[in-house]
Design a protein around this ligand. Structure first.
Ligand SMILES: NC(=O)c1ccc[n+]([C@@H]2O[C@H](COP(=O)([O-])OP(=O)(O)OC[C@H]3O[C@@H](n4cnc5c(N)ncnc54)[C@H](OP(=O)(O)O)[C@@H]3O)[C@@H](O)[C@H]2O)c1
Length: 292
């Protein structure tokens, strides 16, 4: 399903396109000639990226500045695109965030927002755009999972659990969709240099003090896996080797191992909730609307 092979415009919707891995996906897809629908809360960042991609690659870029922690957003986005006759051929569910700290201390409202963005919005968008793809006989969906999908994650308990859901859903859908021309890929990065760690107060953990992958490399590997219709990809050769024995290791030991990577001084000490709510900068309005 390449631009060259069909000589027809294709459109990709990317959530989480304002920074990190999602932004790099937008750059790659624009380079490949895809028109884009970019989704995130930070309107200013999305608008700047859209401007750049239109200039550099002569593609159409629509911006949808919205908060995916609202259950109504996915439906509104789907219907706005329908009204504008924009057909989605590629869906990249990248938006997501994490919380660090003991579950007992996690801020409840932040926790619910995280589950809404990481799980519910991803599921709603997949459910909304999949029928059209199946009907047309082609489509690609890529969901951002994590190496955390493969193990319990003490001190990031609900984040790891949310990514286990993403992996499980993606693998099951990939199976259900065999022969339809639509594929689903779960992309599983390890620690990657983006705003993710800083936003989740993870910068001072063993996981993020070690070697980090670059977001552009993660997106490139993910794009290639998605276009090949691969079901699961752990990014980076080194991480694939590190994760190789995981299925053989007792999950109790995996939990002990993962915990070491998520401890900060704060998490060991008073048990204060280290993950504070992160919101876009004040100069970045959050009202939902498509801008051309
Ligand atoms: N970086 C890592 O080490 C790592 C490892 C494994 C998996 N991942 C996954 O990779 C994905 C991308 O993260 P990243 O590393 O690129 O981090 P990032 O730079 O923080 O990007 C996260 C993206 O999600 C968007 N987002 C967050 N909350 C949102 C909300 N409520 N509504 C709409 N958009 C929202 C952010 O945009 P706004 O803030 O503008 O809304 C941003 O574009 C996430 O799903 C993450 O779980 C990351």
């Amino acid at each position: 399903m390449t631009q060259a092979s069909t000589q027809q415009k294709r459109t990709a919707l990317i959530t989480g396109a304002s920074s990190g891995i999602g932004l790099e996906f937008a750059v790659i897809l624009a380079r490949q000639g895809f028109d884009l629908v970019l989704v995130a809360r930070s309107r200013t960042s999305l608008a700047a990226l859209a401007e750049r991609l239109r200039e550099e690659h002569a593609v159409r870029v629509d911006v949808f500045a919205c908060d995916l922690s609202s259950t109504a957003t996915a439906d509104r986005l789907f219907h706005e695109l329908l009204e504008q006759n924009i057909t989605i051929d590629v869906l990249i569910n990248d938006a997501g965030f994490a919380m660090q700290g003991p579950f007992v201390d996690n801020d409840e409202s932040n926790l619910v927002d995280m589950l809404q963005v990481n799980i519910v919005a991803l599921t709603q968008l997949t459910r909304a755009f999949l029928p059209g793809m199946v009907k047309r006989g082609h489509g690609r969906i890529l969901n951002l999972a994590s190496i955390g999908s493969f193990m319990p994650g003490p001190l990031m308990a609900s984040y790891f659990a949310s990514k286990a859901y993403v992996l499980s859903l993606s693998e099951a859908l990939a199976n259900e969709l065999r022969g339809t021309g639509v594929t689903v890929t779960a992309l599983c990065p390890g620690p990657t240099r983006t705003k993710f760690a800083q936003r989740a107060r993870l910068s001072d953990t063993k996981a993020f003090r070690g070697t980090l992958m670059e977001a552009s490399d993660v997106a490139r590997e993910g794009f290639e896996a998605m276009m090949k219709g691969k079901t699961v990809l752990i990014t980076g050769f080194k991480m694939r080797m590190q994760m190789f024995p995981t299925p053989l290791v007792p999950r109790r030991l995996l939990a002990m191992f993962a915990r070491q990577y998520h401890e900060t001084t704060g998490a060991r000490g008073e048990g204060a909730d280290a993950a504070r709510r992160w919101t876009p900068a004040a100069d970045e309005p959050q009202a939902s609307q498509i801008a051309h």
